[in-house]
Ligand binder design. Sequence first.
Ligand SMILES: [Zn+2]
Length: 144
Amino acid sequence: MTHAHRVSRAPLTDHLPALRATLHQQRRFRLQQLAELDAEIDRATAPTHAADTARHEVTNKLAVAARQALADVDETLTLITTGRYGHCRGCHTEIPIHLLQTIPTTQWCLNCQQRLPASGSSRPIRTSTFESGSAGDRGVPPRE
Ligand SMILES: [Zn+2]
């Protein structure tokens, strides 16, 4: 090899099995969470007390968030299947592996993430490359 000192970028494909395993694990977790939340929603179809109503609302919000997270995981798995995984939706550069390992569902590089509104509701300034109608939280939790 003549390029031994070139900065080596481990190909994304080397990391895909582990990332995919993580995503499937998250998927199972969300499905289980949704099953539990749905069961709770079923049990409380007609809340009669104010406290029950409040709890019901929280449960519904959790279910919405879990469904969104599940959709993000599914979308990410589709991107992997179609070979489009790992590229920023904003600027189309490759997303660093370490970022994908931290947040496998992210579709933004760090630069573009910084341009996301602080509210967390989810879009960078440039939205022209959004192709599908999956609005809402992009599954990019704030980093501590
Ligand atoms: Zn970017």
